[in-house]
Design a protein around this ligand. Structure first.
Ligand code: NOJ
Length: 539
């Protein structure tokens, strides 16, 4: 069973297992087909039994949902679709009773176009103080008809929208997500208050959306490749912002953490956000971006540990989230290389192969030193839903690509809990239609079906998380590679070994050891088959 109360450790976050809840798709308590806080509250025992230390919630704030809630209209409330602020407070308290801390998502780069600040800015007109909170600018060309610069939206297309009075406003994401002007003191003080608001309500941390994008070159110049500093990514000004956030977090008891969503290909630059007076941790997207390949993953592990050590921050290990193709599907692709710019992987997909590798990847990532993030459904081995009806897609990424990018809805399909047909217990009302349709063949993937199956992905995750908690060898920093031949990774942490075979042929396991956990059946008593991982105790 799950832990009873959170261990009162100030360093809980250094080796935590943090479960990501996408509230729309976790559990629907009111039967309207969309997940909500009542649904999460009813499933807290599931999370406790799974054995996670904390839950990170994707945004639950009032939002027109132009980008799944990343278009926030009020940072101090809860969208009626999800419930009320009072329920969020209850949820935070009830989770804590079960030993689970709460991490909320803050979205500082942009607001919704329905946020009172942006509405006031539109109403106040050109040159007004209200507009200074955003990036409004005149266009180029004889009639100002050309956007102010040549930047490209993170979702594709032009990141400028022209309004009726002829001026343009900047939105690095969708049109409905105007970027804030972080050079303005009110933007800074407002976000400091938002942090306090959620820390006061018991949040144990915040996940910072698009953390490397907030600061812009005030001149908003054209983008010239290779220019340093970049006009809107990873600018020096960000570090002072996060230092002030860290000072606020440090005022609170019990260690409140700052977790950055920092997509930066340059590892050295990434590590600068993790200096002792800045963010506690940041997502390790390099690991998630690597193909299923021993050398590539070893290189990622080595560079990750090497870049975190000098700043004293723990590494994080991430296999998937609400923005990327689900692990089972991408590891089931023959070409598993990641296109960093498009945040997408190569071609289709052998799901049995993908599942075998995802099981091995679970044991690999859960054995590494540092914190680990699990995205809801990862513990069920859900695949990406690649054939959603076009008229049900919601992701602005899909629409802004002119339909060429499938978007991210396929990894956001509501969870299957029980039963043999949609909505698979996702919704309190068994006749409800989930906001995104669930596949007809998910009955074997439900929590109920997997709970009863000792061979299931869910059973593997439960057991791995239990051992991760109870095995002293898996705490702390110790880590040592063992020499291996062929496409095998093997490392030792105290008396515990993790061995993963990426090669085509079985490999012989070491002698004098006890098998603690295997991601799949062994080939004979001492043979580790292809795409399989084990945890062993050695004398
Ligand atoms: C990153 C979030 O993870 C993603 O879902 C969102 O679309 C963008 N930031 C914009 O907020």
């Amino acid at each position: 069973m799950g832990q009873q109360s959170p261990p009162d450790r100030s360093d809980w976050w250094r080796d935590a297992a943090i479960y990501q809840v996408y509230p729309r798709s976790f559990a629907d308590g009111d039967g309207d087909g969309t997940g909500d806080l009542a649904g999460v509250r009813s499933r807290l025992p599931y999370l406790a039994e799974l054995g996670v230390d904390a839950v990170w919630f994707n945004p639950w704030y009032p939002s027109p949902m132009a980008d799944g809630g990343y278009d926030v209209a009020d940072y101090r409330g809860v969208d009626p679709l999800f419930g009320t602020l009072a329920e969020a407070e209850l949820l935070i308290a009830e989770a804590l009773e079960l030993g689970i801390r709460t991490v909320v998502d803050v979205v500082p780069n942009h607001v919704s176009d329905q946020h009172p600040w942006f509405r006031a800015a539109l109403a106040a007109g050109p040159g007004s103080p209200e507009r200074e909170l955003f990036h409004f600018k005149e266009g180029r060309g004889e009639h100002g008809e050309i956007p102010p610069n040549d930047w490209v939206s993170e979702f594709g297309g032009c990141p400028w929208t022209r309004i009726e009075d002829g001026s343009w406003y900047l939105h690095l994401f969708a049109t409905q997500q105007p970027d804030l002007n972080w050079a303005h003191p009110l933007v800074r003080s407002e976000h400091e208050e938002i942090l306090r608001f959620w820390f006061d309500r018991g949040a144990a941390g915040v996940r910072i959306d698009s953390a490397a994008l907030l600061a812009k070159d005030p001149a908003l110049p054209d983008f010239v490749k290779g220019t340093d500093p970049h006009p809107y990514t990873d600018r020096e000004e960000l570090h002072a912002i996060y230092r002030s956030w860290r000072a606020i977090a440090d005022e609170y008891p019990g260690t409140r953490i700052l977790v950055g969503e920092v997509w930066l290909p340059d590892a050295e630059r990434f590590a600068r956000y993790l200096r002792p007076d800045e963010l506690h941790t940041a997502f390790n997207f390099d690991f998630l971006a690597r193909p299923w390949d021993a050398a590539a993953l070893r290189e990622s592990i080595d560079s990750t540990l090497a870049l975190h050590a000098p700043v004293g921050a723990p590494a994080t290990w991430v296999l998937c989230n609400h923005d990327v193709t689900r692990t089972v599907t991408r590891y089931g692709r023959r070409d598993t290389r990641f296109d960093f710019a498009a945040k997408r992987w190569g071609t289709p997909t052998d799901l049995a192969l993908g599942l075998r590798r995802a099981r091995a990847a679970a044991l690999l990532s859960l054995a590494l030193p540092g914190a680990v993030y699990l995205y809801q459904g990862e513990e069920l081995g859900l695949p990406e839903v690649e054939n959603l009806p076009l008229d049900r897609l919601q992701d602005p990424m899909h629409f802004r690509s002119g339909g060429t990018d499938p978007g991210r809805d396929g990894c956001r399909v509501p969870l299957p809990w029980s039963g043999d047909r949609p909505p698979y217990g996702f919704s309190q009302d068994s006749t409800a239609e989930a906001w995104l349709p669930q596949p007809a063949d998910w009955a074997p993937l439900t929590v109920a079906a997997q709970s009863a199956d000792p061979e299931s992905m869910l059973t593997l995750y439960r057991e791995a998380l239990r051992l991760r908690r109870t095995e002293a060898a898996l705490h702390g920093d110790k880590f040592e590679w063992l020499s291996t031949v062929g496409e095998v990774l093997a490392f030792r942490r105290g008396d515990l070994l993790c061995v993963v075979n990426f090669g085509a042929e079985p490999v012989l396991l070491p002698e004098h050891r006890t098998l603690l956990l295997a991601s799949g059946p062994l080939a004979g008593p001492a043979q580790l088959p292809t795409d399989t991982a084990v945890w062993l105790r050695v004398a």
